[in-house]
Design a protein around this ligand. Sequence first.
Ligand SMILES: [Zn+2]
Length: 284
Amino acid sequence: MVQIDRMEIDDAGSDPKRLATAILDQLPDDTVMVPVRDIAKAIDIYEIREEQLSGLEGALIVPKEKSEGAILINKDRHESRKRYTIAHELGHYVHPFHRANSPDGFRCKKNDLAITKAKPNDPHSRMEQQANEFAAELLMPARAVASFVRDTGEADLSHILELARRHDVSREAAARRYIPRIGDPAAIVFSKGGVIRYARNNEFFPKLSVCRGGQVPHQSVSALSNAEIGEITGCIEVAAHTWLQKSAGVTLFEQTLAQQNGFRMTLLTAEIEEVEDEWVAPSF
Ligand SMILES: [Zn+2]
């Protein structure tokens, strides 16, 4: 049985990552798949109720002082999604500054669970972003992801799937966690029915020419591949201008995976030539 000392969490302050770490530090050292339901129970969440929720992904019902609480989650979801929602609600529960946005407690919509950057001067989006940061850290501890990335080497979609399996999180959540930790230029593009949903890239990756709501480029492997659902393609070299604003000196590789219902995940990796700036004679 999991035992969590809430005092340790109270002492962690208000940084979402530190709050998650205060919990993780109390789990056995060999924990890979974080027992999120047991953690909830150990910190006085007396019920996790699964219901058909309309317009909501999850909710946290708590008294003002948050001494105990109940979590509501959408029952029509995969277990990995349920785990993420529970972790998100726990983020609201343990964060010392989070206050409920309605008399019924915290009510979180699907969009709220995807906020990774808070809008300026918007306390609601800030709380949602912090709950997401907490959830990501709790379910996929940064240290564990970093050592996984080190051990697995070059970026590959199969590694993202393995990471998702290990931590029992969605592939999308795993990808968002994986990409920033890759040491070479890498980006991941999520699309549905040939339309870009969103993309994430690490700091080394050049600027993409596609944006949310736009079409997957016609000449891309993602558009042309007829690989079956669930089958990962090889890393195929594509013309860099297919995906990038500036293609000079960039060798681009694309790997893609078709998922159910038209969803697709595309990994882009790049090799960038160091181009020395041409010397231009100063004019006087
Ligand atoms: Zn929320």
